[in-house]
Design a protein around this ligand. Structure first.
Ligand code: IDC
Length: 523
């Protein structure tokens, strides 16, 4: 049925907002995952640090934190790599066009993680035939990340379901648009508006709400995810799996979605279909990997408003032995910033996002992590936006992954792949990478360039506490006060922008303050 004109306009408006952001050291049974070369031989308080102690057996001190194989709390901070992998058809290598060597730039800023895009259609281009050659290539990237102490979340990416209906994700064989071909795309309109295309709508409904006789595509997706986990469960770089990027329309098609807006805004809409799929996603990963985190996204509608979450949070259960390792991975896209319209001083988006998403992460006993956030550098108050979001992330002790690496555009780097863009300048900050204990709070004051953090040491966390301290922020050097004493012999690797500190005693409470070398704020 062709939508009537007013419906179409309403639908476009809705989709404009609703399709907008929706949105370690991982451990494993395998001891190959247990150490990172950097930590070995480091002297740990109370004795010599033995890297063999990083056997991945330490549990997180709190469901809100990820830990590495050394038991250190890892604050995942990094970037999505990368949009260029999507390509325009199922064919192609589906690897980042910017190339592996370009990744050195991000490891030089002390960033510790990436969200790496992979695609069902690349993993399983033919039904039931996994493409190991593609996964071998992905593994080359993972090896590089492991060698450079960067944790990877593998993101089962899709945008508007599949290449066959205009974007990316599902293999051609898994697209059932019920006989409707994709319509022409208006290249001048934001990409997500193509979600109104009946072919996209039908393909989504075939996936989420199959009619009798239609294939069970959700199980097929989850089998591909399980295969990914089987391939990389023992890989030292892999810390997590994002079950599905930006799921939308699990509750029903556009019309059904329009009909529940008031309910959703009032926090009265729950999405059992999506919740069940995400629960099955947890179980698919756990078929092969007991130790990685499973990243779960709400309906992408929530990235844009934001509304209260639609998942039935209390129903999501990790099936591993031991405390849950789940992450709540909604995206953070302020609608105007996403579309390049600037960050209005009156915007309440970041505050609302913080309120809803932090409560929801707690309800599902998960780590709060913004799997995507970003915007173009050349818009008003973009630096303020970045500062507010990163400060909020610090306040919540949450992780984030910037969208996206792809040099140029929104990237932290310009087209040359190394020169910082203004986004990159704003994103460079002092932040924790790995904490040999449990953090209670930390904050970065960008104006004064002062970083402070309090934590409590733990016997089951090994290796030094590491901070990202970008060398280019401190051309004259740094001054560091640890537990009230100025550190004279700084373990600061300027090339990698990593500062390693080890308090005299492992346990007990600790406090660190870092500032420019001539500063006087740290005591
Ligand atoms: C965007 C890319 C853009 C591309 C589009 C469609 O930046 O170049 O044309 O995808 O493939 C998301 C998605 C993510 C989007 C990103 C920015 O998860 O794939 O990338 N975004 O629009 N959800 C909200 C925003």
């Amino acid at each position: 049925m062709k939508p009537s004109a007013p419906f179409h306009r309403a639908a476009l408006l809705l989709v404009a907002t609703l399709l907008l952001p929706l949105a370690a050291c991982s451990s494993d049974d395998d001891s190959s995952k247990s150490t990172d070369g950097r930590s070995s031989n480091t002297s740990e308080a109370g004795g010599t640090f033995d890297a063999a102690e990083c056997d991945g057996t330490a549990e997180s001190p709190d469901v809100r934190f990820v830990v590495d194989a050394c038991g250190r709390v890892v604050m995942l901070r990094g970037v999505n790599v990368e949009s260029s992998s999507k390509g325009t058809t199922q064919e192609g290598d589906h690897l980042p066009a910017s190339g592996l060597q370009g990744q050195a730039a991000l490891s030089n800023w002390g960033w510790n993680s990436v969200r790496f895009l992979v695609f069902w259609g690349a993993i399983e281009p033919e039904k039931d035939k996994f493409n190991e050659a593609y996964l071998d290539k992905v593994e080359e990237w993972l090896d590089w990340y492991a060698d450079n102490d960067i944790h990877v979340v593998l993101d089962m990416h899709q945008d508007l379901y599949a290449w066959k209906v205009g974007f990316d994700g599902a293999p051609d064989w898994a697209v059932d648009s019920k006989g409707v071909e994709k319509g022409p795309r208006d290249e001048n309109a934001p990409w997500y508006l193509a979600g109104t295309d009946p072919a996209v709508q039908n393909a989504f409904q075939s996936f989420w709400n199959p009619e009798p006789g239609q294939a069970d595509l959700q199980s097929e997706w989850l089998d591909a995810l399980a295969h990914l986990a089987e391939r990389f469960a023992d890989h030292p770089a892999v810390i997590g799996y994002d079950v599905m990027n930006e799921p939308s329309f699990a509750n029903g098609d556009l019309e059904a979605t329009l009909a529940i807006q008031a309910q959703a805004a009032a926090g009265e809409f729950q999405n059992p279909n999506l919740t069940q799929f995400m629960q099955r996603g947890i179980e698919a990963v756990r078929r092969h990997d007991q130790d990685s985190w499973v990243m779960i996204e709400p309906t992408s509608l929530l990235n844009a408003f934001p509304y209260p979450g639609d998942l039935v949070f209390e129903d999501l259960k990790d099936t591993r032995d031991g405390p849950p390792r789940l992450s709540y991975a909604g995206h953070l896209y302020e609608p105007s910033v996403h579309d390049g319209g600037g960050y209005a001083p009156s915007s309440t988006y970041v505050d609302e996002w913080e309120k809803y998403r932090s409560e929801e992460a707690a309800r599902m006993q998960g780590v709060l992590w913004f799997g995507e956030w970003g915007g173009a550098p050349d818009q008003s108050r973009m630096t303020e936006f970045i500062t507010e979001v990163t400060s909020m992330a610090d306040r919540q002790m949450a992780g984030w992954a910037w969208w996206s690496w792809d040099p140029g555009g929104w990237s932290p780097v310009k087209e040359d792949g190394t020169t910082l863009s203004s986004n990159g300048e704003a994103l460079l900050r002092v932040q924790p990478r790995a904490i040999a204990g449990t953090p209670s709070e930390f904050a970065w004051a960008a104006g004064d360039k002062v970083f402070t953090m309090d934590w409590t040491g733990r016997d089951d966390a090994h290796g030094p506490t590491e901070l990202a301290v970008p060398a280019r922020l401190f051309d004259k050097g740094i001054r560091v006060v640890l537990d009230g004493e100025e550190i004279t012999d700084l373990g600061w690797d300027r090339d990698r922008s990593v500062l390693a500190v080890s308090p005299e005693t492992t346990t007990g409470t600790h406090t660190i303050c870092l500032e420019p070398t001539n500063g006087n704020k740290c005591r």
